[in-house]
Design a protein around this ligand. Structure first.
Ligand code: GLY
Length: 280
């Protein structure tokens, strides 16, 4: 039997010091929520969906659109419906929105998903004081991976994208093998960071390939991010679980918020050297 784990991230980047505490609280809460779903009899898919839903609602993360869908509070719910109710892997834009409406996913009024922090980040970019090479304000993506006692794995990733993106831009997050990948034969990975670089490098699938070649989840995750940064530039982070319950957490960005629950303990961190532990 595998020890069940739910591991989450709240985005990698140059996270400002005043956002460290809210993000740590948020990832710990999301990990607890996903774990509770898993040990109460939910599937690994239910667990990652629940953890990501929580972070999609939390302003500390500011995730809010997947596959170019606007005005949906929980894009992760639409992604699951696409997986389970259609023969397709991905829907984007108007078609995705129409499908979501047909499935009964409620609309959120225009502007309600735009936070003060996101507006300020865009204003700073327009004024030329920040670049476009980070996620929204450096912190725009959330993700979760889970493994259950039978070794089944799942991933969910959701994002608000990068600051100042062109209309129609799709980043790595919904692209299989880039923003996430799950295979019961190996494990599951969720990534965060500069989407164009992650896509050029197929970061999530590359980490699983490293594991197939014999690296541990931990080595493969850090090596994958490091190799991406060397090969194509920019930074990224990733979280991984293997089908045996081993975990990997790695990032080449300055910070990445992460947390996981295993048994009665919740572990978390945001700086490279962090590993906090508290009772669940
Ligand atoms: N990693 C999220 C994005 O670049 O859109």
């Amino acid at each position: 039997m595998v020890e069940p784990v739910v591991l989450v991230h709240g985005g990698a980047g140059n996270i400002s010091i005043n956002r460290v505490e809210p993000k740590l609280v948020g990832v710990c809460t999301a990990a607890r929520r996903g774990y509770k779903v898993l040990i109460s009899g939910g599937s690994v898919i239910d667990a990652v969906q629940s953890a990501v839903q929580y972070m999609e609602d939390d302003e500390a993360f500011n995730a809010g659109s997947v596959g170019a869908i606007k005005n949906v509070a929980h894009p992760v719910d639409v992604a699951r419906l696409v997986m389970e109710k259609t023969p397709h892997v991905m829907l984007v834009g108007e078609g995705a929105k129409q499908f979501a409406s047909e499935q009964g996913v409620p609309d959120v009024p225009i502007g309600q998903l735009v936070t003060k922090f996101a507006k300020e980040s865009l204003e700073k970019r327009k004024a030329g004081s920040v670049s476009t090479t980070t996620e929204l304000g450096g912190v725009g993506t959330v993700g979760a991976v889970a493994v259950d006692a039978q070794g089944h794995v799942a991933v969910a990733t959701s994002t608000g994208g990068i600051n100042g993106k062109l209309v129609g831009r799709v980043g790595d997050t919904p692209v299989p093998g880039c923003g996430g990948y799950a295979d019961d034969n190996i494990g599951a990975v969720s990534t965060t960071g500069h989407g164009e670089s992650i896509m050029k490098f197929c970061l999530a699938r590359t980490i699983l390939t490293f594991m197939e070649q014999g690296k541990s989840a931990s080595e493969a995750t850090l090596d994958g991010c490091t190799a991406m940064t060397r090969r194509v530039g920019n930074t990224a982070g990733a979280i991984t679980v293997s089908n045996r319950g081993d975990i990997g957490i790695g990032f080449t960005s300055e910070r990445m918020a992460w947390a996981y629950q295993e048994g009665g303990k919740v572990y978390s961190g945001i700086n490279k050297e962090d590993k906090f532990c508290e009772d669940a």
